[in-house]
Design a protein around this ligand. Structure first.
Ligand code: NDP
Length: 272
């Protein structure tokens, strides 16, 4: 009954690299599927999903600003989607909409496997308290860092996030930007500041010689955050690997096979 259909749903969605990534995955794993972009009106996410299901949709990635709505729409949640309180991957079975969240595992895989930097026992600083930050807290804590500090421009949101995860094991606490005075092993920028060529107002002291400064943003050029961190002596990495790794986890969730990400990451890097 036709080719299996998948889509990325967002607003805006034109910039999304997911169609290219999943087309490469499908080719590599010899899976016969079609993957498209769907622009949902800001008040029409659920309607777009239902319409896509009725037209044979088998699954979808969900991007800004619908990850919370996708969480609410799913009838079944994976453990990590429940923990994150946000969904970036939907799978459509007979009568069930299943929700997963692969952002956190995508980040952890890119840092630990691709960059070769263990998180276990390390001091980790997470900047931001929006959807992206929230999705990575539990996967980061599962790696057992020595401590995970979260700092956000609006400090109350960081404190609220810590409260929300108070049942999760691990040394997890909030700090304000100004109080950050010593180097971390890993600093993760999960703010959207880089989108506007901006830099979170943090002291350079958080970056040491061996610090990994990770920006979830990606592009042709290094972000302002990466440039600042490099000047402070840190090693930098952008979020393109996280993007490809979260996509591979979504593909596995849908198709039961995990694509090889290295070749696709290299291809994507070249196409920027
Ligand atoms: P949200 O809009 O939910 O949150 C934005 C966050 O950024 C808030 O914490 C906000 O602080 C902070 N912020 C915005 N501007 C500034 C600034 N100038 N200085 C300091 N802090 C600032 O966004 P998301 O969490 O959904 O996304 C964050 C980023 O992560 C985006 O750039 C997105 O592209 C990226 N991302 C990348 C992924 C990947 O696979 N590589 C996956 C998911 C996200 P405040 O609370 O004070 O407003």
């Amino acid at each position: 009954t036709g080719i299996d259909r998948y889509a990325v749903i967002g607003n805006p969605v034109a910039h999304s690299k997911s169609p290219e990534i999943h087309a490469w995955f499908a080719l590599q794993t010899r899976q016969n599927l079609q993957y498209e972009r769907l622009l949902a009106p800001l008040d029409g996410f659920a309607a777009i999903v239902r319409n896509f299901i009725s037209q044979g949709g088998r699954g979808a990635n969900v991007t800004v600003p619908f990850k919370l709505e996708a969480h609410a729409l799913a009838n079944v949640l994976t453990e990590r989607a429940r923990a994150a309180g946000a969904v970036n991957t939907l799978k459509f079975e007979a009568d069930v909409i299943e929700g997963d969240n692969t952002d956190g595992i995508g980040l952890v895989t890119d840092i630990v496997k691709n960059a070769g930097v263990p998180i276990a026992g390390k001091k980790v600083l997470l900047l931001g308290a929006g959807g992206a930050a929230r999705g990575v807290v539990v996967p980061l804590l599962l790696e057992k860092p020595a401590e995970l500090v979260i700092a956000n421009r609006t400090q109350s949101r960081a404190i609220e996030l810590v409260r929300q995860f108070s049942n999760t094991e691990g040394n997890f606490h909030a700090s304000d930007f100004a109080a950050l005075a010593s180097p971390f092993d890993i600093v993760i920028n999960a703010t959207s500041a880089s989108l506007s060529a901006d830099m979170p107002d943090i002291p350079g002291a958080v970056f040491g010689r061996n610090t990994l400064a990770y920006d979830m943003m990606y592009g042709k050029q290094a972000t302002v955050f990466m440039q600042f961190a490099a000047q402070c002596g840190a090693v930098t990495r952008d979020g393109l690997g996280m993007l490809v790794e979260q996509a591979a986890e979504s593909f596995l969730f849908w198709r039961g096979v995990r694509p090889d990400t290295a070749a696709v990451l290299a291809q994507l890097r070249q196409s920027l």
